[in-house]
Design a protein around this ligand. Structure first.
Ligand code: MRU
Length: 368
């Protein structure tokens, strides 16, 4: 992963290049903001565990982590297809994970088929690693391009409300929605960043506030349930979120609470904009109903920062994501341009352009 980022960004994941004992280092996001500590994953089960516990998380970074996981299995001489299956299944909603795993696995498999399993094993591991590095580099470049396109939607003195965590903790670059926020800050256009705390695991309060502080952004956190009155008070000009999967009809799965924000934004005539790389667009999922939403342990709701907040044994309903229909989304910002309005046709054109690298590359998908 290239490391050209400044002090406002962090290195969330790193490949440790050692022929004897390759490993993947991840910043343990479960410990932030109190403790900055690195987890070293020397095999795929450790990485799968880190992904399941959300030590490493966020859609684009999951794609990078999954690809490096395949490279790790290949470098160790493990059963690569089995490792890939374990990685892909670790979290079902963020499509980037299966996508990153699939790309590295394809690179490995093609090389094994070409060179034969015995002499080709090291070459195939190198091919998987090269693919993982390419994914990380492309993700960093995508962040920068999303920031540029997203700025088209940010006016002077913008007061932006965001949900969950979308900065360099989830990316090899500056992230998705947070990359736009950083660009707005650098351009002097950001007046205030409002951050939903993002229950149950507090990615907003713990992680986004941490990133905002490092970037010197004027920010405040709020309880998710306070977003309604904040929007009603007229103190928000734009809602910006990321995405974990975008279906063919433009439905967006993102951290639970996003759908509620989109409803509120529409009620108060505030643009609701999603920022995500093209790798988050999944045309094989027809619509929102087809998106598998990850359900997590009820104790994440029944406790707060490890302390019980409900009587022992209380049941809890804990979907990690919800789905926002395209009719509530003003625009989707990708590295290849702006999708506005969010329609199946515009999404298809975006994917077709992304896959045809030989033809002219349209920079935007805006129907007027
Ligand atoms: O459960 P998490 O913390 O992995 O959820 C992350 C989000 O929902 C992000 O908003 C999303 O991945 C989009 S941008 C990184």
């Amino acid at each position: 992963m290239s490391d050209t980022r400044d002090m406002t960004t962090v290195r969330a994941l790193r490949w440790l290049d050692s022929q004897d004992s390759p490993a993947i280092e991840v910043l343990d996001q479960t410990r932030l903001p109190a403790v900055e500590t690195v987890l070293t994953c020397t095999d795929v089960p450790q990485l799968v565990d880190a992904i399941k516990r959300l030590a490493v998380r966020g859609a684009p970074l999951l794609g990078v982590a999954g690809a490096y996981g395949v490279a790790l299995a290949a470098a160790r001489g493990d059963d690569v297809p089995a490792a890939a299956a374990a990685l892909s299944g670790a979290r079902p909603t963020a499509v980037n994970l299966a996508w990153g795993v699939g790309r590295a696995l394809a690179a490995w498999r093609t090389t094994v088929e070409r060179t034969g399993p015995v002499p080709g094993i090291n070459t195939a591991a190198q091919a998987a690693l090269a693919e993982a590095k390419a994914i990380a580099e492309a993700d960093a470049a995508a962040s920068a391009a999303m920031a540029e396109h997203g700025m088209e939607l940010v006016g002077p003195g913008a007061r932006i409300l965001t949900h969950c965590n979308t900065g360099s903790l989830v990316s090899a670059g500056e992230g998705t929605a947070f990359a736009v926020i950083l660009a707005a800050q650098r351009a002097g256009r950001l007046a205030k960043l409002w951050i939903d705390e993002t229950r149950p695991l507090l990615q907003g309060a713990r992680l986004t506030a941490w990133e905002a502080r490092r970037a010197g952004i004027d920010h405040a956190i709020l309880a998710d349930s306070a977003a309604a009155s904040l929007l009603a008070s007229g103190q928000v000009d734009l809602v910006l979120t990321g995405a974990d999967r975008i279906a063919a009809d433009g439905s967006v799965a993102n951290k639970v609470g996003t759908y509620g924000l989109a409803v509120l934004a529409r009620r108060h005539d505030v643009p609701f904009v999603v920022v995500a790389p093209v790798s988050t667009v999944d045309l094989s999922t027809q619509d929102g109903a087809g998106i598998e939403v990850e359900f997590r342990a009820g104790e994440e709701v029944a406790s707060l920062a490890g302390h019980p907040v409900a009587p022992a044994g209380t049941q809890a309903w804990n979907p990690a994501f919800d789905v926002t229909p395209p009719s509530l989304i003003t625009a989707i910002v990708t590295e290849r341009g702006l999708i506005k309005p969010v329609t199946a046709g515009n999404l298809q054109r975006l994917r077709a352009g992304a896959e045809d690298s030989t033809g002219p590359q349209p920079a935007r998908y805006v129907e007027r």
